[in-house]
Design a protein around this ligand. Structure first.
Ligand code: 2PG
Ligand code: MG
Length: 429
C-alpha cells in the first residue's frame, strides 16, 4: 500500500538576504519526511507566481506569516491523506485550492515550498535520493555545466553597473569538479585585480564582487583580465555569460543606462550588446531586452552569433505557455528554469518539456534570495537539465548547491561527466 501524507508543517525561517521565507516539511504515515524552502527573486518578471508577503511595517513589509499560516491551515487540511508519490495530483490540488492565475491567494512561496517538500518526502518514503526519484520521469543526466557569477550588478548591487550578472562558464572543462576548480581560479583572480585597482566595493546579493566601476565595459574588461590571469584560455576553456536583466532598466522599448548616463531604444541596446558579443568570448546572454519587448528580443536572437545562447528569464518565467509563445516568435533559444517562478514542480516540468519540444536549451537556476536548500541541483541531475546557475563561488547558500553537485557525481551512473556539447544552444566557441 502506498504511503500517504500525515501532516504538512509550515515554518517561518530566514534567507540569505536576512529576510523571512517559507519552509515546508511533509511527514508521511510511514514515518518518512521531506523539507524544502522557497527562494526569492529581486529582479522578478511580471509573469511570475506571486511571492506572497504580509506588507505592513515589519521587515519592510516582507514578512511571510500569512503564507506560513496558509500552509498550516488550508494546505495541510487539503493534502492530508494524499498518496505521497502523487506529485501531479497534489500539485493540481494546490493550484485549484489557490484558485488564482498567479498563486496570489495562498502564495507562490507557500506552494513551491510545499510542492518541493512533497518530492523530498516521496523520495524519502521510497528510500531514494531525490535525483533518482525525479528521474522516474526522465533520463538522469550528467552533472549540469555550472554558470557562475564573478561580478554582480543591477538590482543585486544598487545598480552600480547596469548589467546584473557577469558570469563564467568553464566550456572546456573535462568534468564537473574541474569546472568548479577553474571557476575558483577566476574568482580569486578577479578579487586580486579589483583589490589592486582599489575598485572593490563589497559583495553583491549572490556573492559576486560588487565593483566600483563606472561602465559596463569596465566590468567586462575586468572579467577578461581575470580569466587571462587564471591561466584558462578565454573562449576555449573559460567563456563569459551575461544576465543583462533588461526588464530592470527598460520598459516600452526605452532603456536607461544609469552608469553610461544615457537612454537608448531597443535597437540601440541590441547594437551595444551585439558589439560586446563581437568583442568578448560570450556564449550566453540572458534577458538582453525587456520582458515587454519580445519582438526586439526575437530580432536580437536572430542577429546574435550562432555560438551564443539567448536565454529568456523574465521573458518566459518558467511558464510553458510563455515559452511556447516566445519560441513561435523566435524570441530566445534557451529557457531559464526557476521552480518558484511558476509555483509547483509539475508546472516546472511542463515548462522544461515545452522548452525541449521547441528545441530550446534549458538552465536550472537559483534566485538571488536563497538558502541551504539544494532541490534545484537534484532537478538538474534527475531531469537531465544541461546547465546550472546558482550565483557566485562564495557564500554558503551558493556553495551548498555547487557542493551537492560534487556529492551527486558519486551517485549518478555518468559520474562527474558534463553534458555533450550538443546539449547546449551554443555552437563552437
Ligand atoms: C536572475 C536571478 C538570478 P533574481 O535574474 O536570473 O541571478 O535573479 O533571483 O533576483 O531574479
Ligand atoms: Mg535573470
Amino acid at each position: 500500500m502506498s504511503d500517504t501524507i500525515e501532516t504538512v508543517i509550515g515554518r517561518r525561517i530566514w534567507d540569505s538576504r536576512g529576510r523571512p521565507t517559507v519552509e515546508v516539511e511533509i511527514r508521511t504515515v510511514a514515518g518518512a519526511s521531506g523539507r524544502a524552502i522557497a527562494p526569492a527573486g529581486a529582479s522578478t518578471g511580471s509573469g511570475e507566481a506571486l511571492d506572497r508577503r504580509d506588507g505592513g511595517a515589519a521587515f519592510a513589509g516582507l514578512d511571510v506569516r500569512g503564507a506560513v499560516s496558509s500552509v498550516n491551515g488550508e494546505i495541510r487540511d487539503a493534502l492530508r491523506g494524499y498518496p505521497v508519490e502523487d506529485q501531479l495530483g497534489v500539485d493540481r490540488a494546490l493550484v485549484e485550492l489557490d484558485g488564482t492565475g498567479n498563486k496570489a491567494r495562498l502564495g507562490g512561496n507557500a506552494l513551491i515550498a510545499t510542492s518541493m517538500a512533497l518530492a523530498h518526502a516521496a523520495a524519502a518514503s521510497a528510500g531514494l535520493p531525490l535525483w533518482r526519484h525525479l528521474a522516474a520521469t526522465a533520463k538522469p543526466g550528467p552533472l549540469p555545466l555550472p554558470e557562475i557569477q564573478i561580478l554582480g550588478g543591477g538590482a543585486h548591487a544598487a545598480r552600480r553597473v547596469d548589467v546584473q550578472d557577469f558570469m563564467v562558464i568553464a566550456v572546456g572543462a573535462p568534468d564537473y569538479p574541474t569546472a568548479l576548480d577553474w571557476t575558483a581560479d577566476v574568482y580569486r583572480a578577479a578579487g586580486l585585480i579589483l583589490a589592486d585597482a582599489g575598485k572593490l566595493q563589497g559583495v553583491a546579493d549572490e556573492g559576486g564582487y560588487w565593483p566600483a566601476f563606472d561602465s559596463n565595459e569596465e566590468a567586462l574588461d575586468c572579467l577578461m583580465r581575470a580569466i587571462e590571469a587564471s591561466g584558462h584560455a578565454p573562449g576555449d576553456e573559460m567563456a563569459i555569460a551575461l544576465d543583462i536583466a533588461a526588464s530592470d532598466f527598460g520598459r516600452g522599448g526605452r532603456y536607461t543606462l544609469a552608469r553610461d548616463g544615457r537612454e537608448i531604444d531597443s535597437d540601440g541596446l541590441s547594437e551595444m550588446l551585439l558589439g560586446w558579443l563581437a568583442r568578448y568570448p560570450v556564449v550566453s546572454i540572458e534577458d538582453p531586452l525587456a520582458e515587454d519587448d519580445a519582438d526586439a528580443f526575437a530580432r536580437f536572437t536572430a542577429a546574435a552569433p550562432p555560438r551564443v545562447q539567448v536565454v529568456g528569464d523574465d521573458l518566459v518565467t518558467t511558464n510553458a505557455a510563455r515559452i511556447a509563445h516566445c519560441a513561435s516568435l523566435g524570441a530566445g533559444n534557451t529557457a531559464l528554469i526557476k521552480p518558484n517562478q511558476i509555483g509547483t514542480l509539475t508546472e516546472t516540468w511542463e515548462a522544461l518539456e515545452t522548452a525541449r519540444a521547441k528545441g530550446w536549451g534549458a538552465i536550472v537556476s537559483a534566485r538571488s534570495g536563497e538558502t541551504e536548500d539544494v532541490t534545484i541541483v537534484h532537478l538538474g541531475v534527475g531531469w537531465g537539465i544541461p546547465q546550472l546557475k546558482v550565483g557566485s563561488f562564495t557564500r554558503s547558500e551558493r556553495m551548498a548547491k555547487w557542493n551537492e553537485g560534487l556529492r551527486l557525481a558519486e551517485q549518478v551512473p555518468t559520474g562527474d561527466a558534463l553534458p555533450e556539447r550538443s546539449a547546449f544552444a551554443w555552437g563552437d566557441s
